[in-house]
Design a protein around this ligand. Structure first.
Ligand SMILES: [Zn+2]
Length: 356
């Protein structure tokens, strides 16, 4: 972390501590200003093992997730189902302190780690499910390559020629690892490999990296939930919504709409009901997407841009708060009560994973 970031964090912590002590947290939390706003929380994964050390902005520890739920409980936040929250937002009929919880992608850890905790706290949740990997039952290729290279970061320099990486990779360097992952993914796509073939490549890469691939696969790290798990959670009240079939947003309208259609059909084969809520994969959007989404009957779309939603927010460009490992409880609390809005620089969140 550079010195200016450290200083900013330290100033923020001091300011928040002081604001909490002097009653400003409570003041904003109970204000009409906050009542007119909805905070949509965005999560990706709750670690099965050490994923939060690999990507701290995408994964958090189970214990940290529990702490967040405890803050919501203690602060008497009204955690609403996403559909109801949005209806009430635009009807200007939100209860005080409203929050909605969303998870992107639908990786297996949601089933194993997040859902049992949400159930224990009695909280509703929406999962934006990407579906290409639902029936493949192997880890998402680009992610598992990145994860395994990170796990092998102590192994020095390695030649990965056979995977389409021309130069030796210094595994200690995050930058070199990312470059190598991009090259492997590009090579696999150029070769026209299927999902199953990519899985064999990942297994071979694991061997080269001296990693136990079977153990990773068995733990279901970086795998999507399967149809049965999705059904089971839907029966238990989890709301499943759209996130594209292949986790990508083609710039061509026909391909873009095919992504939505395939995603919708796949989810419909698992869960009854109509799906009209969408989340942009990787938080990336373009102006033309809004028209295409509206044509396909999408009534809301969430981004990874930071902020609270108001009745004036464009329903197809809703901001959220991406909760990450680096966010302290105090900072999280400042966002759910609303203070965070006043201390935010309005920066866009970091992107989620690179489309496969
Ligand atoms: Zn995603």
């Amino acid at each position: 972390m550079v010195a200016s970031d450290r200083l900013r964090r330290s100033l923020r912590r001091t300011a928040l501590t002081w604001l909490k002590r002097c009653g400003a947290f409570h003041f904003v939390q109970s204000s009409d200003w906050r009542r007119q706003r909805l905070l949509i929380l965005c999560y990706h994964g709750i670690s099965l093992e050490d994923e939060h050390e690999w990507r701290p902005y995408l994964f958090i520890r189970p214990q940290l997730f529990e702490q967040r739920l405890e803050i919501l409980r203690k602060g008497h936040y009204a955690v609403l189902p996403l559909g109801e929250a949005l209806e009430r937002l635009y009807r200007k009929d939100l209860p005080p302190r409203s929050v909605a919880i969303t998870f992107d992608d639908g990786t297996y850890d949601f089933h194993h780690q997040a859902f049992p905790r949400l159930k224990q706290f009695g909280l509703p949740v929406t999962v934006y499910l990407t579906t290409y990997y639902s029936d493949l039952q192997c880890p998402v290729f680009s992610l598992i390559c990145s994860y395994m290279m990170w796990k092998a970061r102590g192994q020095g320099s390695l030649n990965l020629n056979e995977f389409g990486v021309p130069d030796p990779v210094n595994l200690a360097s995050a930058e070199e690892r990312q470059k190598a992952v991009d090259q492997v993914v590009e090579w696999a796509d150029k070769e026209g490999l299927t999902g199953e073939q990519k899985n064999l490549v990942a297994a071979r890469l694991a061997e080269r990296l001296k990693i136990d691939y079977q153990a990773i696969v068995q733990k279901r790290i970086l795998q999507l939930m399967n149809s049965q798990e999705v059904k089971q959670l839907a029966d238990a009240g989890v709301d499943f919504q759209l996130h594209t079939h292949r986790h990508r947003m083609p710039r061509n309208e026909d391909l873009f709409r095919k992504e939505i259609r395939d995603n919708r059909e796949k989810i419909s084969s698992m869960v009854a009901g109509k799906r009209t809520h969408f989340c942009y994969p990787s938080g990336a959007y373009r102006p033309e997407f809004l028209t295409w989404l509206a044509t396909d009957g999408i009534v809301s779309a969430t981004t990874c841009d930071t902020g609270l939603a108001t009745a004036e927010s464009n329903p197809l460009l809703l901001p959220r708060l991406l909760d990450t490992t680096g966010r302290s409880d105090l900072e999280f609390e400042s966002w759910v009560n609303g203070i965070g809005h006043f201390l935010s620089s309005g920066k866009r969140a970091r992107l989620a994973f690179v489309p496969d």
